[in-house]
Design a protein around this ligand. Structure first.
Ligand code: TXA
Ligand code: MG
Length: 488
């Protein structure tokens, strides 16, 4: 299919509405991000959205309307309820309300749920398009599923060129992060996705808010999937560590991951401290609203073949910062349930390094560590701390504290020791883990070969050890991924 990209003026919007009416899908700007729209009453058209994005079919879409009073036609509203108040306070604008659905909408737009998510955007082009169609428009963000959301027409084309009929180009979007999604079917209401409207502003209207329980992934199916992720690994770095990031990069000789291949996305004040950074950088501007606007573009711009890691320097998780922090955590990709537990003897060196390196490389599966004969609460050994900083600057053991294998409360999915002896100790201490424990070398290569204790040796020996562990991790990941896909 040939994708037509047009400046969004009057005639273009009219043509886009005709395409929607004919059952095609069209990308259009909203004040948050670009949406990929289809007639929400036409299930064949809606199916084209899922196909173009590669979106899981159980992940429902937001239905967009152009008049607040159209809400009653598609959703059940309790008279004088919270949804009324939220609607008057924030529509048109970046707020999505989840309510019981009425009939009339395509079932696949709802992803099989009995509720519907509805929003009235404030962007004039979006409003004109919905009015011209004369029906509600189902529209998720206009990116390939799992990718950063599109905040300009270039981003839409990067992901969907050739897969959709048209892109209405309305320039970069104003807000840059998606709408806040509020579930009004529970009392008090619950924020399912933090977004462009801050929690405190919602709270001012609702008086109270529930907390999203462990059930959140069933209530908002989208939260279950990996999201917002470029091809490169995304790692959050605290601002306090940003200066040492530069020092570490200068120290790093022959690292497993080259700082020249590490992009940095940060506020201007942070970038000023990183002058001379050897890799690509992208500015998040001077404050949180600029950062929100520039975040997704920054991820996409830094995501070049020459970049392995994108370090995002960010701390703020309040107000609009909460929405940005949420997107960042998703981009880091924590999606796999369960953990992999690295085990050595004292849990101050080998297993701690493996944990830190693993969490940088494979954030979708969280790593932890412990020792078969560890003290509890001891910091990482200074030589291990230096070694890990030298081989991969964003890795850090500053916060590490040791613990014993019998102090681990949650059952790990896999246990990876450094030596065959430790495997036997683990089996003795935690017999229930016997079916899932082996040494790093056995997991990764199928053969024995201990990763021995470097205690008392030179910094160079510690670095060599860190590198040896790091080199075995990709094989371990492959083996564990194969097992995960068999279990899925
Ligand atoms: O700002 C936005 O909200 C943008 C623009 C285009 O409007 N849209 C957007 O849509 O971000 P999407 O599909 O990328 O995200 C919609 C989120 C998903 O996490 C989805 O699971 C959730 O809303 N959602 C949709 N319907 C729902 C429902 N009935 N119950 C709970 N969550 C729902
Ligand atoms: Mg999306």
């Amino acid at each position: 299919m040939n994708t037509e990209r047009v400046r969004a003026d009057g005639p273009a919007v009219g043509r886009a509405a005709e395409l929607l009416s004919a059952g095609e899908v069209v990308a259009f700007p909203t004040e948050t991000v670009y949406g990929l729209g289809a007639d929400a009453t036409n299930s064949i058209a809606v199916a084209k959205i899922f196909a173009a994005k590669g979106r899981p079919e159980d992940n429902p879409l937001i239905v967009h309307i152009a008049d607040p009073n159209d809400l009653e036609a598609i959703a059940e509203l309790a008279p004088g309820g919270i949804a009324h108040r939220l609607r008057s306070a924030f529509w048109p604008g970046p707020l999505t309300l989840v309510l019981p659905a009425k009939s009339g909408l395509a079932a696949n737009a709802l992803g099989g749920l009995s509720t519907v998510a509805v929003r009235m955007p404030s962007h004039p082009i979006a409003l004109d398009l919905i009015r011209a169609l004369g029906r509600p428009v189902a529209a998720p963000s206009a990116n390939r599923s799992g990718r950063p959301s599109p905040t300009d027409a270039d981003a839409v084309c990067e992901d969907l060129n050739g897969r959709i009929a048209m892109v209405l180009d309305g320039g970069p979007t104003d807000l840059g992060l998606e709408s806040t999604v509020v579930d009004c079917t529970s009392s008090p209401p619950v924020i399912l996705r933090p977004g462009s409207i801050a929690r405190r502003d919602i709270l001012e209207v609702t008086g109270s808010l529930g907390t999203a329980d462990g059930d959140q992934s069933t209530r908002s199916p989208g939260t279950r999937y990996r999201h917002y992720a470029p091809r490169a690994r995304v790692v959050r770095v605290a601002a306090a560590q940003a200066t040492t990031l530069r020092e570490r990069a200068e120290l790093a000789g022959g690292p497993a991951i080259d700082p020249r291949r590490t992009g940095v996305l940060a506020l201007d004040e942070v970038l000023r401290r990183l002058v001379g950074w050897p890799g690509p950088i992208y500015s998040l501007g001077g404050n949180v609203s600029e950062a929100a606007r520039r975040f997704f573009r920054g991820l996409r711009t830094l995501d070049r073949p020459s970049t392995d890691v994108i370090a995002v320097v960010w701390d703020d998780d309040q107000g609009l910062g909460e929405a940005l922090f949420n997107r960042l955590t998703k981009a880091e990709g924590k999606t796999v349930d369960g953990t992999v537990l690295f085990v050595c003897t004292g849990n101050t060196c080998r297993s701690a390094m493996a944990e830190a390196l693993w969490n940088l490389r494979y954030p979708e599966l969280t790593a932890r560590s412990a020792g078969v004969a560890a003290l509890s609460g001891a910091p990482a050994s200074p030589a291990a701390l230096r070694a890990i900083r030298a081989i991969w600057p964003p890795a850090d053991l500053e916060q590490h504290r040791s613990r014993r294998v019998d102090e681990v409360l949650d059952d790990p999915a896999w246990v990876v020791t450094m030596t065959d002896d430790q495997t036997e100790w683990v089996k003795a201490l935690r017999p229930e883990w016997s079916d899932r424990v082996a040494s790093l070398s056995r997991w990764a290569t199928g053969r024995g070969g201990d990763v021995s204790d470097p205690y008392g040796s030179s910094d160079a020996a510690y670095e060599a050890l860190a590198r040896r562990i790091d080199e075995l991790l990709p094989r371990l990941w492959q083996v564990l991924s194969e097992r995960m896909s068999k279990n899925a």
